[in-house]
Design a protein around this ligand. Structure first.
Ligand SMILES: [Zn+2]
Ligand SMILES: [Zn+2]
Length: 84
């Protein structure tokens, strides 16, 4: 059986697919680059009310790791890997 593979440009992880040109979304963007924990989706209301990060409003923050102080805000986007 043919197996096509593609490498994530962010973390280097290799993904496999039986179909060529298949697009696989790597899940590395959901993990904190500092501690490796799974981050939680960014909730602006929660963050702003609790921590007053008003200046973060303009940033395209997608995920948050609450294990750090101040919290780590990730602007990473899902990485699409094309299997060739
Ligand atoms: Zn990745
Ligand atoms: Zn973390």
């Amino acid at each position: 059986m043919a197996r096509h593979e593609g490498k994530c440009s962010n973390c280097g992880k290799t993904h496999y697919s039986p179909r060529q040109s298949d697009i696989v979304v790597c899940d590395c963007w959901e993990h904190c680059p500092m501690c490796g924990a799974e981050m939680t989706p960014y909730a602006p209301d929660l963050a702003l009310n609790t921590y007053g990060f008003d200046d973060r409003r303009d940033l395209a923050v997608l995920m948050v790791c609450a294990l750090h102080f101040p919290m780590f805000f990730s602007t990473r986007k899902p990485v699409e890997v094309v299997c060739t």
